[in-house]
Design a binder for this molecule. Structure first.
Ligand SMILES: NC(=O)c1ccc[n+]([C@@H]2O[C@H](COP(=O)([O-])OP(=O)(O)OC[C@H]3O[C@@H](n4cnc5c(N)ncnc54)[C@H](OP(=O)(O)O)[C@@H]3O)[C@@H](O)[C@H]2O)c1
Length: 304
């Protein structure tokens, strides 16, 4: 039998009936691990991997594969034991996350957060708003989710600009940012956390953005230099919509909470029923492949 650790009963149920699998629900929390740690070959890490959940990998001498429930693998990659294969859930969260990005753009440009506050105060605050039609949207990190965003924006009469690690037809590399940022009305961060992307959106990056532009971060908080964003938001020069922050959870009293031109959601872009269903199907497919000795999908090589 092949020992598989999963973080929830739902994931265990998704693996029901896989021949040769011994599935156990374990969420490492710092307490001594169950004795089966010595047998684990396939480890499905928790959705938000805590330090004990990543450290547990070192106590699994037979560990062959770590499967994440997320597209981002930054926390696990940093502590992956030598020789262990890491697979992510690239593609699983495209629909949910791309939908959040489009919703965030529309909400910010059409002043929905402000109207929601006015509704709570029972005030009829009629005013003109901005709109998405006619805008130029720049995606920084044009991968699986970035392409899903572009597909969803097809009906919104926008011009698209794209940046990735490697330049290709219609996609610039980061050396294009000083040219592209000043012409974008909306800038969407969707790159993974790597040594090259930590702090990518720094004071210079934000300074290149045009007055009144909207920054959308659906990637990870560390891509953005928060103090630099707070300075721009305080001046009222930029607007922002953030699903991710550094740190998370954003603590009470943090300057971002009180600025009027930013709205924040608690890292929930991929927390939807569709993501849940696709995540379970992906884990089952990966475990079945592993048990059958077939090639795994979404294997992480290098920094991503
Ligand atoms: N908010 C949420 O709940 C949520 C949900 C899902 C994912 N995410 C985040 O979104 C990230 C992207 O997910 P994905 O599935 O779209 O990943 P992906 O398909 O791997 O795409 C990532 C893109 O980023 C580009 N990139 C890498 N390094 C870069 C750099 N230094 N500068 C500019 N672009 C760079 C890659 O370029 P190449 O194509 O040239 O390699 C690729 O196009 C994840 O890593 C995760 O952190 C967040």
């Amino acid at each position: 039998m092949t020992q598989i650790w999963v973080p929830t009963a739902e994931v265990a149920a998704a693996l029901d009936g896989l021949p040769g699998a011994e599935v156990e629900v374990v969420v490492p929390d710092g307490a001594p691990l169950p004795p089966s740690a010595g047998q684990v070959e396939f480890y499905v890490a928790p959705f938000f991997p805590t330090q004990p959940a990543t450290a547990a990998m070192r106590e699994m001498p037979r560990l062959a594969v770590v499967q994440t429930l997320t597209a981002g693998v930054d926390r696990l990659l940093a502590e992956l034991p030598e020789g262990v294969t890491l697979c992510n859930a690239r593609g699983v969260h495209d629909a949910s996350t791309a939908e959040w990005v489009v919703a965030a753009m529309l909400a910010a440009l059409r002043d929905f957060p402000l109207f929601a506050r006015e509704q709570a105060a029972q005030r009829w605050s009629y005013h003109y708003t901005d709109c998405l039609a006619g805008k130029t949207v720049l995606i920084v990190g044009y991968g699986s989710i970035g392409a899903a965003v572009e597909r969803r924006l097809a009906g919104f009469e926008v011009d698209m600009l794209r940046v990735a690690r490697t330049a290709r037809d219609g996609v610039a590399d980061v050396s294009g940012l000083p040219r592209l940022l000043p012409i974008a009305d909306v800038v969407v961060l969707l790159a993974p956390v790597t040594p090259d992307t930590i702090g990518l959106a720094d004071a210079a990056f934000l300074g290149w953005m045009k007055d009144g532009a909207l920054l959308v971060n659906a990637a990870r908080g560390v891509l953005l230099v928060t103090d630099a964003l707070v300075a721009e938001l305080r001046q009222g020069r930029l607007r922002a919509a953030l699903d991710v922050t550094e740190p998370e959870p954003l603590p009470a009293g943090h300057p971002l909470w009180d600025l009027p031109n930013v709205f924040i959601t608690p890292h929930e872009a991929a927390s939807t029923p569709v993501s849940g269903t696709r995540m379970l199907a992906h884990v089952r497919d990966q475990a079945a492949r592993f048990l059958a000795g077939e090639p795994l999908r979404n294997v992480i090589t290098g920094s991503y």
